[in-house]
Design a protein around this ligand. Sequence first.
Ligand SMILES: [Zn+2]
Length: 577
Amino acid sequence: MMKPITICAVILSISTLFLFSCKDQAKKASFKNIKTVADLTQHSLEFSKRVEKVTDGVYVAIGYGLANSILLEGDDGVIIVDTMESIETATDVRNAFKQITQKPIKAIIYTHNHADHVFGASAFTDGRHIPVYAHITTSSYIDRLINILRPIITKRSMRMFGNFLDADGLVNAGIGPKLCINKDSVIGVVRPTRTFEDTLTDEIAGIRFTMVHAPGETPDQIFIWLPDKKVLLPGDNIYKTFPNLYTIRGTQYRDVTKWVQSLDKMRALRPDYLVPSHTGPVSGSKKIYKILTDYRDAIAYVHDQTIRGMNMGLTPDELAVTVHLPPLLAKSPYLQEFYGTVEWSVRSIFDGNLGWFDGNPTTLFPLSPLEHAKQMANLAGGETKLQNQAETAFNDKQYQWVLELTDHLLRLNPKNQKAIDLRVKSLIALGENQSNPNARHYYLTCAAELGQGLAIQQLGKPTEEMVHSLPMKGFFDSLAVNLDAEKSADMNLIVGFIFPDSGENYTVHVRRGVAEIQPRLMKNLDITVTVPSTIWKEMLAKLRNPITTIATDFDIEGGKIRFLKFMALFSPEYEQS
Ligand SMILES: [Zn+2]
């Protein structure tokens, strides 16, 4: 059994780990045209916890976590498509699948890199080396998700998924009941072993399947086609809400034109069964064709009309209030704005095609936020009068305007308690009335952060194997983006790393606030460090105390104190106390 370790903080940030366990939900939903929070509550029925038989040999587990997991049963074994967000939820699913068949798991397929599809994988392998299929780029996206980037994406994910909210705040997560990871959960990604670029056809346990690269919700997205049963597994390129053409947790541009093309490839197959990785399956060729057509038309409409407006010179703010789905598409149960929204999509399409500059010369060099706040206070006749305006706006239920005014007030005085109170109450009012879960959770979580001092923590415990399996490059990439530019402004230091167990070498050259990383030993090293790669990775993952580990497990030429000072440039925890 793999031993869980704690991995957290500066160097490794797990970006989507959450707090609550899942509960069973009630029966399946019938469609309503959702505009109110009551309808969001009704939408929870979509995720009633169950394993649904789609057709012979095809089963889908729904409501166990944020995503579905799909069981394909063959002659003498099974394939698992998508593996949940943690080992706990994956084990729950696996136990449910065992009620259907005891046949051994012979392969895993990831539809894409997102945490809710890959973090539970090792619950299905029992440490065995079974084939793991994915797109050729999926590993690199998993690594980015895990090891470098962004405490900020973690924080924004937690706000968006509402994991710090109670059941009144978190009705459901739009595409699933909730992301089911708590601080004690263990995650275990198994790295893909069978990858492809465009398409790959294979056969496992008598199941013939074709995987097709289908960029959309992610650039590495694939769909899986079972020709013998006419079953289509579209991954996250379609689910029963308006697609997340942009995600507010933060993402690179999602290429919506490619997304439409991917949906067209799926339509051309004329599937009899559609089994998405979120929300329930659909049967019936005609019905599925209409759903896929509506979906691709909606994405194409938003894209095309945004571009048309851009060419007329409209700005993102202007486009956001002018582009709306036409009535027939707006009625589709698959296009209700429970996850993505048209407005956010419009802004993303503008940004993805023209970048941040909206074309208005006013925004070339805008006033700094503080100067803007000062000018707003002047305009109002002073800070007190600006605050009076905010109070009036709150009493008039103009909550968005309260947010904009309190932005200024809190820039002028971050401790302005009256402004804080007005802002918190407005965030709650906006959240409570918001039927888009992502926006709802974001408002309510920000209210708790500001009003109750909620501190969002990074959570999660990857397995030791998972930490060791992460490529060394990611650990060094993470160093570069954690460099303290002020402390290293006048420094010129070259440190070489030798990892005898893996045969890898790296050099970090810190100069003038930049860390150049090279995957080899450079000349003229000031310090040379020799250490097993596993110990280095565990230390950066905070499994090991850095000071004692460096003292006992590192062979250092060039001075241990000097090396500790070097490490402290990336994290203050390396300072000797
Ligand atoms: Zn997903």
